[in-house]
Design a protein around this ligand. Structure first.
Ligand code: BGC
Length: 461
Protein backbone atom coordinates (compact mmCIF):
# COMPACT_ATOMS: atom_id res chain seq x y z
CA UNK A 1 0.00 0.00 0.00
CA UNK A 2 1.36 3.47 -0.76
CA UNK A 3 1.49 6.11 1.95
CA UNK A 4 -1.75 7.87 1.04
CA UNK A 5 -3.69 4.64 0.80
CA UNK A 6 -2.30 3.58 4.14
CA UNK A 7 -3.53 6.74 5.84
CA UNK A 8 -6.89 6.52 4.10
CA UNK A 9 -7.20 2.92 5.22
CA UNK A 10 -6.26 3.86 8.79
CA UNK A 11 -8.90 6.59 8.88
CA UNK A 12 -11.51 4.11 7.73
CA UNK A 13 -10.52 1.61 10.39
CA UNK A 14 -10.67 4.29 13.07
CA UNK A 15 -14.14 5.35 11.95
CA UNK A 16 -15.40 1.75 12.05
CA UNK A 17 -13.82 1.15 15.45
CA UNK A 18 -15.25 4.35 16.87
CA UNK A 19 -18.72 3.70 15.47
CA UNK A 20 -18.96 0.18 16.88
CA UNK A 21 -17.47 1.02 20.25
CA UNK A 22 -19.65 4.07 20.64
CA UNK A 23 -22.72 1.83 20.40
CA UNK A 24 -22.04 1.42 24.11
CA UNK A 25 -23.04 5.09 24.44
CA UNK A 26 -26.26 4.32 22.62
CA UNK A 27 -27.11 1.69 25.25
CA UNK A 28 -26.33 4.19 28.00
CA UNK A 29 -28.58 6.87 26.50
CA UNK A 30 -31.32 4.46 25.49
CA UNK A 31 -31.73 3.19 29.01
CA UNK A 32 -31.54 6.64 30.50
CA UNK A 33 -34.54 7.65 28.44
CA UNK A 34 -36.64 4.53 27.88
CA UNK A 35 -38.11 4.31 31.37
CA UNK A 36 -39.94 7.65 31.18
CA UNK A 37 -42.42 6.33 28.63
CA UNK A 38 -42.46 2.70 29.72
CA UNK A 39 -43.33 3.58 33.30
CA UNK A 40 -46.72 4.99 32.36
CA UNK A 41 -47.81 1.54 31.14
CA UNK A 42 -45.99 -0.64 33.65
CA UNK A 43 -47.59 1.13 36.55
CA UNK A 44 -51.03 0.24 35.16
CA UNK A 45 -50.19 -3.37 34.23
CA UNK A 46 -48.65 -4.20 37.60
CA UNK A 47 -50.65 -1.70 39.68
CA UNK A 48 -47.40 -0.26 41.06
CA UNK A 49 -47.31 1.81 44.21
CA UNK A 50 -45.30 5.03 44.18
CA UNK A 51 -42.51 3.30 46.02
CA UNK A 52 -42.32 0.54 43.44
CA UNK A 53 -42.32 3.07 40.63
CA UNK A 54 -39.35 4.80 42.20
CA UNK A 55 -37.65 1.44 42.58
CA UNK A 56 -38.19 0.52 38.92
CA UNK A 57 -36.73 3.88 37.86
CA UNK A 58 -33.78 3.97 40.21
CA UNK A 59 -32.85 0.25 40.07
CA UNK A 60 -30.80 1.00 36.94
CA UNK A 61 -28.84 3.62 38.82
CA UNK A 62 -28.18 1.18 41.64
CA UNK A 63 -26.89 -1.33 39.05
CA UNK A 64 -24.71 1.41 37.50
CA UNK A 65 -23.20 2.24 40.86
CA UNK A 66 -22.39 -1.42 41.56
CA UNK A 67 -21.11 -1.96 38.00
CA UNK A 68 -18.82 1.08 38.02
CA UNK A 69 -17.55 0.37 41.52
CA UNK A 70 -16.67 -3.25 40.90
CA UNK A 71 -15.13 -3.29 37.45
CA UNK A 72 -12.13 -0.97 37.44
CA UNK A 73 -9.62 -3.64 38.22
CA UNK A 74 -11.28 -6.11 35.87
CA UNK A 75 -10.86 -3.66 32.99
CA UNK A 76 -7.16 -3.30 33.74
CA UNK A 77 -6.65 -7.03 34.19
CA UNK A 78 -8.71 -8.53 31.35
CA UNK A 79 -8.57 -5.66 28.91
CA UNK A 80 -10.98 -3.05 27.67
CA UNK A 81 -12.33 -4.97 24.69
CA UNK A 82 -13.13 -8.21 26.52
CA UNK A 83 -14.91 -6.39 29.27
CA UNK A 84 -17.03 -4.44 26.78
CA UNK A 85 -18.05 -7.74 25.14
CA UNK A 86 -19.15 -9.22 28.48
CA UNK A 87 -20.95 -5.97 29.25
CA UNK A 88 -22.95 -6.27 26.03
CA UNK A 89 -23.99 -9.80 27.07
CA UNK A 90 -25.04 -8.63 30.53
CA UNK A 91 -26.95 -5.78 29.01
CA UNK A 92 -28.70 -8.12 26.55
CA UNK A 93 -29.70 -10.47 29.38
CA UNK A 94 -31.05 -7.54 31.37
CA UNK A 95 -33.12 -6.39 28.37
CA UNK A 96 -34.64 -9.88 28.06
CA UNK A 97 -35.28 -10.08 31.77
CA UNK A 98 -37.12 -6.75 31.90
CA UNK A 99 -38.93 -7.41 28.61
CA UNK A 100 -40.34 -10.74 29.84
CA UNK A 101 -40.72 -9.81 33.52
CA UNK A 102 -43.71 -11.57 35.05
CA UNK A 103 -44.04 -9.22 37.98
CA UNK A 104 -42.59 -6.07 39.52
CA UNK A 105 -39.87 -7.93 41.42
CA UNK A 106 -38.45 -9.38 38.21
CA UNK A 107 -38.67 -5.98 36.63
CA UNK A 108 -36.57 -4.42 39.38
CA UNK A 109 -34.03 -7.26 39.22
CA UNK A 110 -33.79 -7.01 35.44
CA UNK A 111 -33.30 -3.25 35.69
CA UNK A 112 -30.43 -3.77 38.14
CA UNK A 113 -28.79 -6.12 35.63
CA UNK A 114 -29.22 -3.59 32.83
CA UNK A 115 -27.66 -1.01 35.15
CA UNK A 116 -24.66 -3.26 35.81
CA UNK A 117 -24.02 -3.29 32.08
CA UNK A 118 -24.39 0.46 31.70
CA UNK A 119 -22.25 1.19 34.74
CA UNK A 120 -19.34 -0.68 33.18
CA UNK A 121 -19.90 0.44 29.59
CA UNK A 122 -20.15 4.08 30.63
CA UNK A 123 -16.43 4.20 31.34
CA UNK A 124 -15.02 1.18 29.48
CA UNK A 125 -16.14 2.62 26.14
CA UNK A 126 -14.54 6.07 26.50
CA UNK A 127 -11.47 4.31 27.89
CA UNK A 128 -11.27 2.06 24.85
CA UNK A 129 -11.82 4.98 22.47
CA UNK A 130 -9.25 7.16 24.17
CA UNK A 131 -6.54 4.52 24.07
CA UNK A 132 -7.13 3.60 20.47
CA UNK A 133 -7.32 7.16 19.10
CA UNK A 134 -4.54 9.13 17.43
CA UNK A 135 -4.00 12.10 19.75
CA UNK A 136 -5.01 14.81 17.24
CA UNK A 137 -8.56 13.51 17.08
CA UNK A 138 -8.83 11.86 20.49
CA UNK A 139 -11.26 14.50 21.78
CA UNK A 140 -13.58 14.02 18.83
CA UNK A 141 -13.50 10.22 18.93
CA UNK A 142 -14.11 9.95 22.66
CA UNK A 143 -16.88 12.53 22.35
CA UNK A 144 -18.55 10.26 19.82
CA UNK A 145 -19.53 8.21 22.83
CA UNK A 146 -21.40 11.21 24.23
CA UNK A 147 -23.04 11.80 20.85
CA UNK A 148 -24.33 8.24 20.94
CA UNK A 149 -25.62 8.79 24.49
CA UNK A 150 -27.65 11.78 23.32
CA UNK A 151 -28.89 9.92 20.24
CA UNK A 152 -29.80 6.99 22.50
CA UNK A 153 -31.95 9.29 24.63
CA UNK A 154 -33.86 10.62 21.61
CA UNK A 155 -34.22 7.13 20.12
CA UNK A 156 -35.68 5.89 23.39
CA UNK A 157 -38.30 8.68 23.33
CA UNK A 158 -39.22 7.74 19.76
CA UNK A 159 -39.38 4.01 20.56
CA UNK A 160 -41.57 4.72 23.59
CA UNK A 161 -43.81 6.81 21.39
CA UNK A 162 -44.01 4.11 18.70
CA UNK A 163 -44.89 1.24 21.03
CA UNK A 164 -47.19 3.31 23.24
CA UNK A 165 -50.28 2.13 21.37
CA UNK A 166 -49.32 -1.57 21.36
CA UNK A 167 -50.72 -4.07 23.80
CA UNK A 168 -48.00 -4.64 26.43
CA UNK A 169 -45.94 -2.11 24.46
CA UNK A 170 -43.57 -1.47 27.37
CA UNK A 171 -42.13 -4.96 26.90
CA UNK A 172 -41.07 -4.07 23.35
CA UNK A 173 -39.65 -0.79 24.59
CA UNK A 174 -37.24 -2.72 26.81
CA UNK A 175 -36.57 -5.47 24.27
CA UNK A 176 -35.51 -2.85 21.70
CA UNK A 177 -32.34 -2.49 23.79
CA UNK A 178 -31.26 -5.90 22.52
CA UNK A 179 -30.31 -4.56 19.10
CA UNK A 180 -27.58 -2.15 20.15
CA UNK A 181 -26.36 -4.81 22.62
CA UNK A 182 -25.96 -7.27 19.74
CA UNK A 183 -24.19 -4.72 17.54
CA UNK A 184 -21.81 -3.86 20.37
CA UNK A 185 -21.11 -7.45 21.46
CA UNK A 186 -20.62 -8.90 17.98
CA UNK A 187 -18.91 -5.80 16.59
CA UNK A 188 -16.34 -5.71 19.37
CA UNK A 189 -15.32 -9.30 18.60
CA UNK A 190 -13.84 -7.99 15.37
CA UNK A 191 -12.10 -4.94 16.80
CA UNK A 192 -8.52 -4.84 18.05
CA UNK A 193 -7.53 -4.56 21.68
CA UNK A 194 -6.04 -1.16 22.53
CA UNK A 195 -2.32 -0.82 21.88
CA UNK A 196 -1.78 0.67 25.33
CA UNK A 197 -3.38 -2.19 27.20
CA UNK A 198 -1.56 -4.70 24.96
CA UNK A 199 1.78 -3.08 25.68
CA UNK A 200 1.06 -3.04 29.41
CA UNK A 201 0.53 -6.80 29.27
CA UNK A 202 3.64 -7.48 27.17
CA UNK A 203 1.76 -8.31 23.96
CA UNK A 204 4.40 -6.28 22.18
CA UNK A 205 4.05 -7.30 18.58
CA UNK A 206 0.28 -7.10 18.63
CA UNK A 207 0.50 -3.63 20.18
CA UNK A 208 2.80 -2.54 17.36
CA UNK A 209 0.59 -4.07 14.74
CA UNK A 210 -2.51 -2.27 16.02
CA UNK A 211 -0.65 1.05 16.17
CA UNK A 212 0.53 0.53 12.61
CA UNK A 213 -3.02 0.02 11.45
CA UNK A 214 -4.60 2.97 13.17
CA UNK A 215 -1.88 5.60 13.08
CA UNK A 216 0.79 4.53 10.54
CA UNK A 217 2.45 7.96 10.62
CA UNK A 218 3.25 7.98 14.33
CA UNK A 219 3.17 4.25 15.09
CA UNK A 220 6.81 3.84 16.06
CA UNK A 221 7.06 7.05 17.99
CA UNK A 222 3.83 6.18 19.85
CA UNK A 223 5.07 2.73 20.66
CA UNK A 224 8.31 4.05 22.09
CA UNK A 225 6.42 6.58 24.16
CA UNK A 226 4.10 3.91 25.59
CA UNK A 227 7.02 1.66 26.46
CA UNK A 228 8.86 4.49 28.13
CA UNK A 229 5.87 5.41 30.24
CA UNK A 230 5.42 1.79 31.27
CA UNK A 231 8.97 1.72 32.58
CA UNK A 232 8.31 4.35 35.22
CA UNK A 233 5.16 2.69 36.49
CA UNK A 234 4.58 -0.06 38.94
CA UNK A 235 1.73 -2.47 38.59
CA UNK A 236 -1.54 -0.78 39.33
CA UNK A 237 -3.48 -1.47 42.48
CA UNK A 238 -6.32 0.38 44.10
CA UNK A 239 -4.07 2.04 46.66
CA UNK A 240 -1.89 3.46 43.85
CA UNK A 241 -4.85 5.65 43.01
CA UNK A 242 -4.23 7.55 46.23
CA UNK A 243 -0.48 7.85 45.79
CA UNK A 244 0.53 11.53 46.04
CA UNK A 245 1.55 11.67 42.36
CA UNK A 246 -1.82 10.38 41.16
CA UNK A 247 -3.95 12.51 43.48
CA UNK A 248 -4.34 15.41 41.02
CA UNK A 249 -5.83 12.97 38.49
CA UNK A 250 -8.22 11.64 41.10
CA UNK A 251 -9.29 15.17 42.00
CA UNK A 252 -9.88 16.12 38.36
CA UNK A 253 -11.80 12.93 37.58
CA UNK A 254 -14.09 12.88 40.59
CA UNK A 255 -14.48 16.66 40.62
CA UNK A 256 -15.57 17.02 37.01
CA UNK A 257 -18.07 14.19 37.40
CA UNK A 258 -19.60 15.76 40.50
CA UNK A 259 -19.90 19.07 38.65
CA UNK A 260 -21.42 17.30 35.62
CA UNK A 261 -24.18 15.77 37.73
CA UNK A 262 -24.69 18.31 40.50
CA UNK A 263 -25.48 21.10 38.03
CA UNK A 264 -28.73 19.27 37.44
CA UNK A 265 -28.53 17.77 33.95
CA UNK A 266 -30.64 14.77 34.81
CA UNK A 267 -33.39 16.77 36.45
CA UNK A 268 -33.88 18.03 32.91
CA UNK A 269 -33.41 14.64 31.23
CA UNK A 270 -35.73 12.81 33.65
CA UNK A 271 -38.15 15.56 34.59
CA UNK A 272 -38.36 17.86 31.56
CA UNK A 273 -42.07 17.11 30.98
CA UNK A 274 -42.74 17.85 34.66
CA UNK A 275 -40.85 21.15 34.49
CA UNK A 276 -42.72 22.13 31.34
CA UNK A 277 -46.03 21.32 33.00
CA UNK A 278 -45.05 23.42 36.02
CA UNK A 279 -44.33 26.28 33.62
CA UNK A 280 -47.78 26.09 32.10
CA UNK A 281 -47.71 23.74 29.11
CA UNK A 282 -51.14 22.34 29.66
CA UNK A 283 -51.30 19.05 27.80
CA UNK A 284 -48.94 16.19 28.52
CA UNK A 285 -48.50 16.00 24.76
CA UNK A 286 -47.15 19.54 24.47
CA UNK A 287 -44.84 18.89 27.42
CA UNK A 288 -43.53 15.73 25.78
CA UNK A 289 -42.99 17.45 22.40
CA UNK A 290 -40.99 20.14 24.16
CA UNK A 291 -38.96 17.35 25.77
CA UNK A 292 -38.17 15.80 22.40
CA UNK A 293 -36.98 19.27 21.39
CA UNK A 294 -34.61 19.26 24.36
CA UNK A 295 -33.29 15.85 23.26
CA UNK A 296 -32.68 17.04 19.71
CA UNK A 297 -30.84 20.20 20.84
CA UNK A 298 -28.69 17.90 23.02
CA UNK A 299 -27.71 15.84 19.96
CA UNK A 300 -27.04 18.82 17.69
CA UNK A 301 -24.89 20.68 20.18
CA UNK A 302 -22.87 17.54 20.92
CA UNK A 303 -22.00 17.47 17.21
CA UNK A 304 -20.81 21.07 17.56
CA UNK A 305 -18.69 19.99 20.56
CA UNK A 306 -17.09 17.21 18.52
CA UNK A 307 -16.08 19.78 15.89
CA UNK A 308 -14.63 22.15 18.46
CA UNK A 309 -13.07 20.03 21.17
CA UNK A 310 -9.78 19.38 19.37
CA UNK A 311 -9.71 22.90 17.87
CA UNK A 312 -10.62 25.23 20.75
CA UNK A 313 -9.59 22.79 23.46
CA UNK A 314 -11.36 21.52 26.55
CA UNK A 315 -11.16 24.49 28.89
CA UNK A 316 -12.62 27.21 26.64
CA UNK A 317 -15.61 24.96 25.96
CA UNK A 318 -16.05 24.28 29.67
CA UNK A 319 -16.01 28.02 30.46
CA UNK A 320 -18.47 28.75 27.67
CA UNK A 321 -20.82 25.90 28.53
CA UNK A 322 -20.79 26.38 32.29
CA UNK A 323 -21.47 30.12 31.87
CA UNK A 324 -24.44 29.33 29.64
CA UNK A 325 -25.72 26.80 32.16
CA UNK A 326 -25.41 29.23 35.09
CA UNK A 327 -27.16 32.04 33.19
CA UNK A 328 -29.99 29.87 31.91
CA UNK A 329 -30.58 28.33 35.35
CA UNK A 330 -30.64 31.81 36.88
CA UNK A 331 -33.19 32.94 34.31
CA UNK A 332 -35.30 29.80 34.79
CA UNK A 333 -35.33 30.30 38.56
CA UNK A 334 -36.09 34.00 38.04
CA UNK A 335 -38.98 33.20 35.72
CA UNK A 336 -40.52 30.91 38.34
CA UNK A 337 -39.98 33.61 40.97
CA UNK A 338 -41.91 36.06 38.79
CA UNK A 339 -44.73 33.66 37.90
CA UNK A 340 -47.41 36.21 38.86
CA UNK A 341 -45.94 38.95 36.71
CA UNK A 342 -45.07 36.77 33.71
CA UNK A 343 -48.39 34.92 33.61
CA UNK A 344 -48.83 32.92 30.43
CA UNK A 345 -45.45 33.94 29.04
CA UNK A 346 -43.71 31.94 31.79
CA UNK A 347 -43.70 28.84 29.65
CA UNK A 348 -41.70 30.54 26.91
CA UNK A 349 -39.08 31.64 29.40
CA UNK A 350 -38.94 28.04 30.65
CA UNK A 351 -38.62 26.67 27.14
CA UNK A 352 -35.97 29.18 26.12
CA UNK A 353 -33.87 28.73 29.24
CA UNK A 354 -34.02 24.94 29.16
CA UNK A 355 -32.92 24.97 25.52
CA UNK A 356 -29.98 27.26 26.34
CA UNK A 357 -29.19 25.08 29.35
CA UNK A 358 -29.11 21.80 27.43
CA UNK A 359 -27.17 23.37 24.53
CA UNK A 360 -24.58 24.68 26.98
CA UNK A 361 -24.27 21.30 28.70
CA UNK A 362 -23.99 19.45 25.41
CA UNK A 363 -21.18 21.63 24.15
CA UNK A 364 -19.16 21.27 27.34
CA UNK A 365 -19.68 19.11 30.42
CA UNK A 366 -21.54 16.38 28.53
CA UNK A 367 -18.66 15.21 26.35
CA UNK A 368 -15.73 16.75 28.19
CA UNK A 369 -16.30 15.11 31.59
CA UNK A 370 -16.06 11.66 30.02
CA UNK A 371 -13.16 12.76 27.85
CA UNK A 372 -11.20 14.22 30.77
CA UNK A 373 -11.45 11.06 32.86
CA UNK A 374 -10.17 9.02 29.93
CA UNK A 375 -7.10 11.25 29.64
CA UNK A 376 -5.75 12.05 33.07
CA UNK A 377 -5.03 8.69 34.70
CA UNK A 378 -1.78 6.78 34.22
CA UNK A 379 -2.07 3.67 32.08
CA UNK A 380 -1.57 1.08 34.82
CA UNK A 381 -4.49 2.34 36.86
CA UNK A 382 -6.57 3.95 34.14
CA UNK A 383 -9.38 1.42 34.58
CA UNK A 384 -9.49 1.80 38.34
CA UNK A 385 -9.25 5.58 38.15
CA UNK A 386 -12.02 5.87 35.59
CA UNK A 387 -14.25 3.52 37.52
CA UNK A 388 -13.93 5.65 40.66
CA UNK A 389 -14.78 8.84 38.73
CA UNK A 390 -17.67 7.01 37.06
CA UNK A 391 -18.88 5.83 40.44
CA UNK A 392 -19.01 9.48 41.55
CA UNK A 393 -20.96 10.24 38.39
CA UNK A 394 -23.66 7.61 39.02
CA UNK A 395 -23.81 8.31 42.73
CA UNK A 396 -24.55 11.99 42.13
CA UNK A 397 -26.90 11.12 39.29
CA UNK A 398 -28.82 9.03 41.81
CA UNK A 399 -28.78 11.69 44.54
CA UNK A 400 -29.91 14.48 42.22
CA UNK A 401 -32.68 12.38 40.66
CA UNK A 402 -33.92 11.34 44.06
CA UNK A 403 -33.87 14.79 45.64
CA UNK A 404 -35.14 17.09 42.87
CA UNK A 405 -38.81 17.09 43.88
CA UNK A 406 -37.98 17.35 47.59
CA UNK A 407 -35.60 20.26 46.93
CA UNK A 408 -38.45 22.05 45.20
CA UNK A 409 -40.60 21.41 48.28
CA UNK A 410 -37.99 22.89 50.57
CA UNK A 411 -36.46 25.71 48.50
CA UNK A 412 -39.29 26.37 46.06
CA UNK A 413 -38.93 26.23 42.27
CA UNK A 414 -36.72 29.32 41.96
CA UNK A 415 -34.51 28.16 44.83
CA UNK A 416 -33.98 24.73 43.30
CA UNK A 417 -32.71 26.10 39.98
CA UNK A 418 -30.62 28.77 41.69
CA UNK A 419 -29.01 26.04 43.75
CA UNK A 420 -27.87 24.24 40.57
CA UNK A 421 -26.70 27.62 39.19
CA UNK A 422 -24.57 28.15 42.29
CA UNK A 423 -22.97 24.76 41.81
CA UNK A 424 -22.28 25.82 38.21
CA UNK A 425 -20.36 28.86 39.50
CA UNK A 426 -18.33 26.47 41.63
CA UNK A 427 -17.76 24.45 38.42
CA UNK A 428 -16.28 27.51 36.67
CA UNK A 429 -13.90 28.03 39.57
CA UNK A 430 -13.02 24.32 39.59
CA UNK A 431 -12.26 24.43 35.85
CA UNK A 432 -9.99 27.42 36.31
CA UNK A 433 -8.21 25.96 39.31
CA UNK A 434 -7.84 22.27 38.48
CA UNK A 435 -8.71 21.30 34.91
CA UNK A 436 -5.71 20.92 32.57
CA UNK A 437 -5.83 21.68 28.84
CA UNK A 438 -5.20 18.32 27.20
CA UNK A 439 -5.91 19.21 23.58
CA UNK A 440 -3.41 17.45 21.29
CA UNK A 441 -1.26 16.26 24.21
CA UNK A 442 -0.21 12.58 24.09
CA UNK A 443 -1.61 10.50 26.97
CA UNK A 444 1.95 9.55 27.87
CA UNK A 445 2.95 13.21 28.24
CA UNK A 446 0.07 13.79 30.66
CA UNK A 447 1.28 10.78 32.60
CA UNK A 448 4.85 11.99 32.65
CA UNK A 449 3.70 15.34 34.03
CA UNK A 450 1.76 13.57 36.77
CA UNK A 451 4.80 11.63 37.89
CA UNK A 452 6.91 14.78 37.67
CA UNK A 453 4.64 16.19 40.38
CA UNK A 454 3.00 18.93 38.30
CA UNK A 455 -0.21 20.37 39.74
CA UNK A 456 -3.55 19.36 38.23
CA UNK A 457 -4.04 22.27 35.87
CA UNK A 458 -0.58 21.98 34.40
CA UNK A 459 -0.82 18.32 33.42
CA UNK A 460 -1.24 19.16 29.75
CA UNK A 461 1.84 21.37 29.45
C1 BGC B 1 -24.28 12.27 31.49
C2 BGC B 1 -25.65 11.72 31.74
C3 BGC B 1 -26.67 12.55 31.00
C4 BGC B 1 -26.30 12.68 29.54
C5 BGC B 1 -27.22 13.64 28.83
C6 BGC B 1 -24.01 12.32 30.03
O1 BGC B 1 -22.74 12.83 29.79
O2 BGC B 1 -23.31 11.50 32.16
O3 BGC B 1 -25.91 11.69 33.11
O4 BGC B 1 -27.95 11.97 31.11
O5 BGC B 1 -24.98 13.13 29.39
O6 BGC B 1 -26.87 13.85 27.51
Amino acid sequence: MDERNKIHHATLIIIIIAAVAATGGLLFGFDTGVISGALLFIKKDFALSNLYQELVVSAVLVGCIIGAASSGKIVDRFGRRNVIIVTAIIFGLGSLWTGFAADAVHLVLGRIVVGLGIGVASFAVPLYLSEISPQEIRGALVSLNQLMITIGIVVSYLIDHYFATWDGGWRYMFLAGLFPALVLGIGMLFLPRTPRWLASKQYESEAQRVLGRIDPHHAEEEYRRIKRSLKVEKSGSFSDLFAPAVRPALLIGVGIMVVQQATGINTVIYYAPTIFEMAGFESARAAISATVGVGVVNVLMTIVAIRLVDMWGRKPLLYLGLSGMVLSLAVLGGAFALTDILGASLKWYALGSLFVYIASFAVSLGPIAWLMISEVYPLQIRGIGMSVATLANWLFNFIIALTFLSIIDVLGRPGAFWLYATIGIFGIWFTWKYIPETKGVPLEQIEKNLYAGKPARELGR
